[in-house]
Design a protein around this ligand. Sequence first.
Ligand code: MBD
Ligand code: FE
Length: 282
Amino acid sequence: MSVETQATAADSGAKATERFRANKSVTSEVTTERVNRLASRAIKALVDTVLEEKVTYEEYNALKAWLIEVGETGEWPLFLDVWVEHAVEEVANENRQGSKGTIEGPYYVPESPVLESPGTLPMRDDEPGTPLVLHGKVTKVDGSALAGAKVEIWHADDLGFYSQFAPEIPEWNLRGTILTDDDGRYEINTVQPAPYQIPTDGACGKLIEAAGWHAWRPAHLHLKVSADNHQLITTQLYFQAGEHLSDDIASAVKPELILNPQDKNDGSDKEVAYDFALAQAN
Ligand code: MBD
Ligand code: FE
């Protein structure tokens, strides 16, 4: 058994919470009127559920205990990104031109090592998984090349674990930033990730089990693509014929984001192209 299987929900939860605090500067520019409106609606949705479903004290206390545990184990980033972020992303990008985006999830780390294109993501000598080459072009919406654009990529390993959120994995494993060349091209060598199961031993796992759901996301690559004077795209790419494309627990799959890698080197490796079109900054 790999040491990575010792990864616990509380471990990755604590790290995701710490990461969130470091990445996101939370401002208080929300007006009283807006807070009143949103908080009232959210509370009303919960109260309506209690009234309509005739929720008992036993159930109310189970909820209270569970919410306390989500916080104690640091699983708020996981809970929110799995069940709520897709709606926020939909609203945020509904009018944006260019390539599709999807949710960021809890495991992004900024300032990953910068690689010239073509580049190979930092990985272990014996990194498990099928070698994969992802290449393509970053352009403006009109199709003209964006040279020096940043393609940040991060993904889980072949066992479904992310570096910096599970123990025993080198710091920047399977994380990197590739800059596009003069023609806007990038090429990244990595390994194909495996489907990802959210931790089953924490509060979110308990909910999934109690509700009879499954805990899986399809195999995916996370990316952030950006260039001067253009809107950054946060997205994910998935793999055709992979499991859980149609029942992603995080509701983050879109048809435009599904790759169909082809055999390379007699089938020992895979290769796929994907282009990104960035909208101009507002
Ligand atoms: C992930 O890897 C992920 O991408 C999301 C959205 C939630 C949990 C784990
Ligand atoms: Fe992920």
